[in-house]
Design a protein around this ligand. Structure first.
Ligand SMILES: *Cc1c(COP(=O)(O)O)cnc(C)c1O
Length: 416
């Protein structure tokens, strides 16, 4: 079966003709350099554009559409909840929020959950929690949080400050005080930063695998040493699981790949399978928020929680982690084969269904060139930096779809 034989579902004719890029560009802020592509329909791992052309979606809204597009379990949860109760304030108990929190606690090392609407907001919650812990438990007047170079934690002022990439800071000074950066996967560097800051480090915040920063997996030995250092010094370990969590690594959480447990971690992207939800999770030992400390109007409303719960239960019921592991191995094997065939590729790396293909620094091909050429042939991919192409398909991707993606990429590289 080729992409051309995937029968397009009925696309409303008005959608096909009504879209104008110029209109869009004259009303929406230009915060994105957008591809010349407008998507209007999705099913499984396929999306369709305004011309009715099909694309194999290995972006999944950037590691977000866990169950692909228009999954029956998601549709059912959306329809049932929207017909019952969409939103009420957190001034009242929301039973399904409690059910989702219980699922997350039962399937992680956390004891408590706070719900919000995005990854950045989940990290803001983690930062606030760590600062309150620093003031009230550790007695640090001006707490510092160490984060990694090449990290990505979001675009709000605190999380963009936490993000260790100068390109995201440009023109947004003054940044938020209380953050310092260390190289990733370098224990000597973090150990000496902690020593130098002499009792002022309240938390260390890391991604188990750096997604945006180039698909760099964390090293087991590094994370185990960092965990030990945190234990010795009373420092909190915060893990940003926004991209790698919720099954994408082949385990529910990235920290399971590293054999450690964080004190605080965050989730978003894959948690809602496409509806906006984020979560800050922590162990009882640092559960220091009290009424009035933190809040979100939308956070954990009945609608998003019912959908996220359906995503979580479907992951479990359909053993989707098994698929993530098998399809991830298949994809890496396919990409490795391309790496032996095309000298422009220098490395293939990743966990489960978050993988990166890195091009040689000297190669005249950049990640964006590959992404554009693959799009022409009906495969959506996303760069992670200048030289890395990222593969983050829905977790339900099939064996056939992986083969198809690898063969499209083969054709793209052959033509280059
Ligand atoms: C995407 C991402 C974020 C930010 O999430 P938003 O929902 O865009 O705010 C934070 N951390 C990591 C690791 C991410 O990949």
């Amino acid at each position: 079966m080729s992409l051309d034989t995937v029968v397009a579902p009925t696309i409303h004719p008005e959608l096909l003709s009504a879209f104008s890029q110029d209109e869009f560009n004259s009303h929406v802020m230009t915060t994105y350099g957008r591809f010349n592509l407008a998507l209007i329909k999705g099913e499984g791992c396929t999306v369709w554009d305004t011309e009715g052309k099909a694309y194999l979606d290995f972006v999944a809204g950037i590691a977000t559409c866990t169950l692909g597009h228009a999954h029956p379990a998601v549709i059912e949860a959306v329809m049932a909840q929207i017909n019952t109760l969409t939103h009420v304030s957190n001034l009242y108990y929301v039973p399904v929020q409690g059910e989702l929190a219980k699922w997350l606690v039962d399937h992680s090392c956390a004891d408590r959950v706070f719900f919000c609407n995005s990854g950045a907001e989940a990290n803001e919650g983690a930062i606030k929690l760590a600062r309150k812990y620093a003031h009230t438990v550790l007695g640090i007047a001006e707490p510092i949080i160490l984060t990694a170079q090449a990290s990505f934690h979001g675009r709000t002022l605190a999380t963009v400050t936490a993000t260790g990439q100068p390109k995201y800071h440009k023109n947004f000074a003054p940044l938020i005080p209380g953050f310092q950066y260390v190289p990733y996967n370098d224990f000597a560097a973090i150990e000496s930063a902690v020593a130098e800051l002499d009792g002022r480090v309240a938390a260390i915040m890391l991604e188990p695998l750096q997604g945006e920063g180039g698909v760099n997996p964390g090293q087991i030995e590094y994370f185990q040493q960092v965990r030990k250092l945190c234990d010795e010094k009373g420092i909190l370990l915060i893990l940003d699981e926004v991209q790698v969590g919720m099954g994408r690594s082949g385990k529910y959480w990235g920290y399971e790949q590293l054999g450690i447990e964080p004190d605080i971690f965050t989730s978003a992207k894959g948690l809602g399978g496409g509806i906006p939800i984020g979560a800050t999770l922590c162990k009882e030992s640092c559960n220091v928020f009290q009424p009035g400390d933190h809040a979100s109007t939308y956070g954990g409303n009945p609608f998003v929680c019912a959908v996220a719960l359906a995503v979580c239960q479907t992951l479990e019921r359909e053993n989707i982690l098994g698929n993530v592991q098998a399809r991830g191995e298949q994809l890496r094997a396919g990409l490795q084969q391309l790496a032996t065939k095309y000298p422009d590729i220098c490395e293939v790396r990743g966990w489960g269904l978050i993988n990166g293909l890195e091009l040689q620094a000297e190669s005249k091909i950049n990640a964006i060139d590959l992404v554009k050429a693959a799009m022409e042939l009906g495969l959506l991919l996303v760069p992670a930096g200048v030289k890395v192409v990222r593969f983050v398909p829905p977790l339900i991707v099939s064996e056939l779809e992986i083969d198809r993606a690898v063969s499209i990429l083969d054709r793209v590289l052959a033509a280059m």
